[in-house]
Write a protein that binds this ligand. Sequence first.
Ligand code: PNS
Length: 162
Amino acid sequence: MKSAVYPGSFDPFTTGHLDVLKHAYGLFDTVYIGVLHNRSKNCVFPSDERRAMIEQVLHAEGLTNVRVCTFDGLLVDFMKQVDASYIIRGLRTTGDYLYEAEIASVNKHLMPEAQTVYFAADPRLAFISSGIVREIASFGGDIDGLVPAPIRKIIAERLIKR
Ligand code: PNS
């Protein structure tokens, strides 16, 4: 059994995240999306809500071998819990690479069998980030195409009210 974790804040889950997930989907028996529940990171959406939104997207997309969990603490501990040794991450820019190389090294130090697998972002989606979605939606801008359709309304409504 080849299992992978796809960890992140997902605040909120974007079309870019979904694209990475779809590429990883066929390569692993099970993908565990790990939604970081981190009190020190000021997320707009509570972790349970982020998880529920992702589950809604998975259902709509028919991605059946993906489980969504929230986790706290170290990623490697979450990986041990679900018995996964691969970490999925998306790469958009060279800036991403510097950050990603650092966290991959930390994870490898903590868990030598951990392998980080990168997926290059579709160039048409490479500008999308959760932060950009929050920024546009907070001013009432159109986030069509930036987040998966089933969760667009809830994200837009929540962010404009802030
Ligand atoms: O989507 P993000 O916010 O860039 O994801 C970052 C994430 C969740 C992958 C990273 O912060 C993480 O793994 N946090 C858990 C704590 C941990 O394991 N730290 C050591 C590796 S950086």
